[in-house]
Write a protein that binds this ligand. Sequence first.
Ligand code: PLP
Length: 399
Amino acid sequence: EQKLAARLSSVTPSVTLVISQLARRLASQGRDIINMSSGELDFDTPQHIQDSAFTAMQVGQTRYTDVGGTAELKASIIEKFARDNHLAYSAKQIIASTGAKQIIFNAFLATLDAGDEVILNAPYWVSYPDMIRLTGAEPVAVVPAPHEGFKLTPASLAAALTPHTRWLLLNSPGNPSGALYSTDELRALAEVLKDYPRVLVMSDDIYEHIVYEGEFVSFATAVPEMADRTLTVNGVSKTYAMTGWRLGFAGGPEWLIAALAMLQSQSTSCPNAIAQAAAIAALDGPQHLLAEWCHRLRRRRDSALNILRQSPDLSVETPPSAFYLFVGCEKLLGKTTPTGKTLNSDLDVAEYFLEHGGVAVVPGTAFGMAPYFRLAYSIADEDVNRACQLMVNACEALL
Ligand code: PLP
């Protein structure tokens, strides 16, 4: 019998699937498709990191390791948190996992019961709500007002909190918005949480090093008095162009880290040993490349903004961080394509950009906020420019 577990009924099929399937179909027909839908850097993993992985294989670091990562890797992670975030963790407060994604999922699995709630703000990373629902808990998405810069405010947080709230999920720099919270903003949110001792805070810092204006501050750095109920999530994927290596890490209270390790021990055993060795090289090695990459990404961001702003139908703020633009497309709704189709939603807009312009973007609906679309400018400079021009042209072709 091809019957799936009841819990899977709470998981929604990804909106992005529609676009990526269409993109693949068009590409297989020989169309030139520029893919701006994927959340990863186009840079190669730096040579010294590759080298350390190769050496690890040659010296036999090819076996299972400690469940939560090797002692050496944990030491590098402790040093990273101290250096970048002024956070002091002991080895028992650290875990390494198969991507930040595994940590986030396991943290929810370890702490949420049916009826619990997790507050997050739209636009949010697509995976959060489904991870939360899989545990039987409920995502409570707060949609910010236009002037709030895609950020949660103390007032909106206060309105969303209930006796069932278990987590506040923060993602700064934000995917897809590129929003960056200041120390004062984080402290103001913490002030609201003071009356809710049951609420844990997840600080998803995965885009920490991709900041163009302003300064990144982790929640536990801004609010040290709440460090004992904060899980600080990070990883090497976005910082070192290592998405495929699958290595994430976190610092947090011992009881929670122990629970994450327990889940890991019974599901995936340990993160990939070779990726762990590579992560040590990434964290301990030279960091000057990050500033260079940021410089290149910022140029891409600015030229994408310049081109997109030529269209009166698109509205986009300058995001201070991450490598996405979250573009408002309300003025396109109701317009008609050259083939006679009316654009009724941001899904229609994304489909139109793909079919007419050959550019793949993700509709805002997938991130809980419409009508918008997200594009990743983490692709080659010339592709960024060409794709943005194609979208502007596609807007002009509408009736
Ligand atoms: N958190 C956010 C906000 C992300 O955008 C992503 C990846 O897209 C992740 C976490 C997962 O990163 P990892 O590759 O470490 O699993």
